[in-house]
Design a protein around this ligand. Structure first.
Ligand code: HEC
Length: 115
């Protein structure tokens, strides 16, 4: 019984560290996580390349001019609260603060001036 309990504890710990894994990893992993989050939740309106769609009035995230026009705080706020009166939804109660930060970094990485 004690041994069984110990295995259970180890199992739970291993499971827990797997669950924590992606957020604990470095920038490269963050970029992969950012890309998959972006592709699953944002790309339908912002494009998998982040260039946006004129018909949807989504901005071009790859544009150095757009990049220079917004702060990280503004990007995070827009993701959390959405933009009222537009199709941009609020994600504050669907994504964690850490996921929003991952997306901010991912959006920054799309800047064509950095490539
Ligand atoms: C249903 C379509 C839709 C989805 C899904 C969507 N967006 Fe948007 N997003 C928009 C539109 C439309 C705008 C432009 C709003 C405006 O006119 O200011 C926008 C604007 C933005 C802006 C601000 C641009 C600026 O210039 O201030 C950011 C940042 C952004 N979206 C990030 C995201 C992220 C990250 C996701 C995924 C978690 C996402 N969006 C999902 C439609 C969408």
């Amino acid at each position: 019984m004690t041994l069984f309990k110990r295995y259970l504890t180890i199992g739970a710990m291993v499971g827990f560290s797997f669950a924590l894994g992606p957020s604990a990893f470095g920038a490269a992993q963050g970029k992969t996580a950012g890309r998959s989050l972006f592709n699953s939740k944002c790309a339908m309106c912002h494009g998998t390349d982040g260039k946006g769609f004129p018909a949807l009035h989504t901005p071009d995230f790859t544009s150095p001019k757009w990049q220079a026009s917004v702060s990280n705080a503004k990007i995070a706020r827009v993701i959390a609260d959405g933009v009222k009166g537009t199709a941009m939804p609020a994600w504050g109660n669907k994504l964690t603060a850490a996921q929003i930060q991952t997306l901010v970094h991912y959006i920054r990485s799309l800047n064509s001036a950095k490539k």
